[in-house]
Structure formats: C-alpha cells, structure tokens
Write a protein that binds this ligand. Structure first.
Ligand code: ATP
Length: 430
C-alpha cells in the first residue's frame, strides 16, 4: 500500500489558481468517465521541492486517449495522440500543454474493480520510471483530490536528498538514466544513493552503453548542458568515466574547468546585456568541451551522437571558422571597426561567446564585446536601389560598393544617409 497524505494546502500555496482549476476539472471529467486520475512525476517532485514546474503529466487509470479527446473537446483544445503508447498531448489555445498517459493496459486483464488492482495499475506505471523522486502522484479524482500517493518511499529520498533507482536492472534496462541521475543530482544538490552508484559502476563495467542509440545519448547530454549551471554535472560525467561514451577523445584537459567557468560568465554577461536575444546555451558548453578535439574526433562525435546536419556543421565546420577568427584576433588587434566587422559578422552569437569562453586574452574578449554591443547592428541607410538611381547597372560591383560604404560608416567617417550616398558616388567614380 502506498503512503498517502493530503497536500491540498501546499497545492493552494504553491500553484496558480489556473493550474488548480485545471487539475480539478481533469479530476471531475475523468471521474465522470469512470477513470482514476493522477498528476505525476516531475510536477509533484518540484511541488514538494518548492520549485516551479508547469509540465503537467497526467496518468489515467482507464483509457487515456479517450479521456484526452473528451477533455480537449470540452476545453476547446487540440490534441496529438500516439496510440501505440496510449499517450496524448492536449494543447490549449494559448499553447499550454498537458501530457496524458494511460496506466498500462495489461493490468486491466486482472480481476476488475478490486481496490488493490485499481492502485496497482498506477503503481506499475510509476514503477517503470527512472528514480523514486519521480514516482510521486497526486490524486485528482473529486474523492481524495490532493492526496499525495507515495509507493516507493520517494518522500524519504527527497528529505534525505537522494537519487535512487527503483530496481537493480534499471540502468541495464535504460542506460540513459545514468545521465539523468547526474542531472537531477546536480540540479537539486542531491547525492546518488550508494546502491544506485554501484549500479552505475556496474553498468559502465558491463558496457551497456555500447548499444545505446546516439540520438538518446545526445538528447540526455544536451539536457544536461541546458541546466542552469551544467559544470558540476559535466565534471561528474568525467569523474565517473562516462564521457568516453560520447568519445574517448573528449578530455578533461588542464584548461577545461577555467574555460567552462568562463563560458558560464560569458553567458551571464550575455543574459544581462541582450535580454531579447535568444541563444542556444548548450551550444557554448558543447563547443567548449570539444575545443581541443581535432576535426577527425569532431566527425566521430557527430556520428556517435547522430547529430542533425546543422549540429554536425556546428562542431565540424563552424567551430573551425570561429577558431580562424580567434587566430586572426590574436595577431591583428587592435583592429579597425570595419575589419572586426568583416571577420566576426559571419559568426552567430553562440560562436562569438564560445571564442570569448576559450580565450584567456582580455583584448580578444574586449574586441568581441565591442563588436557585439557597438558594431553588429550597424547597417546602411542606402541600398541597391540607390545605386541604380545613380545609373549603375546591377552587378557584382553593387555589393562591393555597399560593403565599402558600410566599412566607412563603421569606421566613423559617415554620419547620415547623405554621407553614405556621397561616399558611394565617389567610390563609383574612382
Ligand atoms: P525535467 O525537470 O528535466 O524536465 P522531468 O523528470 O520533470 O525532468 P522529463 O524528463 O520530461 O521530465 O520526464 C518526465 C517523466 O518521465 C519523469 O518524471 C520520469 O519519471 C519519466 N522518465 C523520463 N525519462 C525516463 C527514463 N529514461 N526512464 C524512466 N522514466 C523516465
């Protein structure tokens, strides 16, 4: 039997009225269809940890898809269904999403309507999860709404700050859980439990990762790199000897910790300066990790992680363009604004931040910061049409003239549109 206790007051204290109303409604509708219903997983874990989490995961004891269809229709929402897995995603008009799963079918063949069977269907669903802290459920049915249901001593693990697997074959069953264990451990400041640690060692020893698909490794690894501060988890991955799953050539070299710390600082600077510019944070950490790997290793990493072409290009192509720019900066500073612009404008923001992270040279960092804050948004007031009006026939000379005019503007010799027109006309004559 699970440990149960009402946590409705915590729910009222922590959840918005909208979420509370939504959960109540889900409970009522499922109940009217004769289904048991729970909100489960990370949502409940984070409620107990008093962390914000709007990912509502619902488990229906019954027909999850039937429920999701009925509920979506009632609420004017869309749904996507995955009948193979008995899961659906309800998408509300404002974009808010609710995941709906079905407590596994096979348990419905057990004698119907016995209370033990009713609880065991959700229990078995929760038993398939990765760690005890993710197995908590809150009952949503009107009778017992807000009852925390704990089958696997998850509350004790949360209290004692422990990441614990549910059974000893967990990592053999799904090796990506090793990465997940590290992610949660570092995110919450927990510790991986003793037996769980042994099982990680065991999994490494048995080389269960060999068969693991690249996409899944990449997905989990990327999630780690997307954490608020991924550095402790990265170091834990090295210390457990797990980086070799991605590639043995990714090494914890002497400068790495400093460079990762620098990446974090540079990202914090970027957040402060450019609140409106969305960037892919994981890219900067990923490139920093690979900064000392040659092209061959980068190709192999891309293959191992089955990277999509754009991500492959990032580590096998773009990274080397960034390196060239870095070399240029090393030998060419101080440089004119127009030269800085010419060298740095082909690089997206993530690559510029990467150069800042791996460069120990303050002058280089200053130059990139100057480019990002002062130069990169400067553009011309004139365009091709203006050249046409000057009588120039469209051709390669157009972009040459515009480039030179922009260079002059960047170097501060042109103030306004008239200056630009005059410069372009002069250039054309020459
Ligand atoms: P995050 O807070 O990083 O989003 P989460 O646990 O809240 O993590 P997901 O990673 O989307 O969210 O996972 C949702 C639920 O699915 C988890 O609570 C977990 O129980 C389960 N889960 C996810 N991956 C696995 C896995 N590899 N093995 C078992 N259960 C998993």
């Amino acid at each position: 039997y699970p440990k149960q206790k009402p946590i409705i007051s915590l729910m009222r204290e922590r959840l918005s009225q909208e979420i509370l109303d939504l959960l109540k409604k889900i409970g009522e509708v499922a109940d009217s269809m004769g289904f048991g219903v729970y909100v489960v997983g990370g949502f409940v874990r984070d409620l107990l940890l008093r962390r914000k989490n709007d990912d509502v995961d619902i488990v229906i004891e019954g027909e999850g898809i039937t429920f999701a269809k009925a509920f979506a229709e009632m609420m004017g929402a869309r749904i996507n269904t995955y009948s193979k897995f008995g899961t659906s995603v309800i998408i509300f008009p404002d974009g808010f999403k609710v995941d709906v799963a079905t407590a596994r079918m096979e348990y419905y063949t057990a004698p119907a309507a016995l209370p033990e069977v009713e609880t065991s269907s959700i229990k078995l669903d929760l038993y398939r999860r990765d760690f005890t802290i993710n197995t908590l459920a809150i009952r949503l049915s009107p009778e017992g709404f807000g009852t925390l249901t704990d089958f696997f001593n998850a509350q004790r693990d949360i209290k004692e700050k422990r990441i614990r697997i549910l059974h000893n074959l967990s990592f053999v069953e799904d090796p990506t859980r090793v990465f997940r264990a590290i992610k949660f451990e570092q995110r919450f400041g927990f510790t991986i439990g003793k037996v769980t640690r042994e099982m990680i060692k065991n999994a490494i020893h048995l080389d269960v990762f060999r068969e693991l698909g690249g996409l899944r490794v990449f997905n989990e690894f990327r999630q780690i790199l997307e954490e608020e501060n991924p550095i402790p988890a990265i170091l834990r991955i090295f210390d457990l000897g797990l980086m070799k799953i991605i590639h043995p050539g990714i090494e914890k070299h002497n400068d790495l910790i400093d460079q990762l710390d620098e990446a974090k600082k540079v990202l914090a600077w970027h957040d402060l300066m450019y609140t409106d510019e969305p960037i892919e944070r994981w890219v900067i950490y990923f490139l920093t990790l690979l900064s000392q790997c040659d092209r061959e290793i980068s190709e192999e990493v891309a293959k191992r992680l089955m990277l999509a072409p754009k991500h492959k290009k990032l580590i096998t192509g773009d990274r080397f363009h960034a390196r060239n720019a870095y070399t240029w900066l090393t030998y060419s500073l101080p440089a004119t604004n127009s030269d800085l612009h010419r060298k740095l404008s082909p690089l997206r923001a993530e690559l510029l931040l990467y150069i800042m992270a791996v460069s120990a040279n303050e002058e280089i960092k200053k130059a990139i910061s100057h480019y990002m804050s002062q130069l990169r948004h400067i553009s011309l007031s004139i365009m091709g049409r203006d050249l046409k009006e000057m009588g120039l026939k469209p051709g390669p000379l157009y972009s040459r003239i515009l480039e030179e005019t922009l260079a002059a503007k960047l170097d501060g010799t042109l103030d306004d549109r008239d200056d630009e027109l005059a410069f372009a006309a002069r250039y054309l004559q020459e």
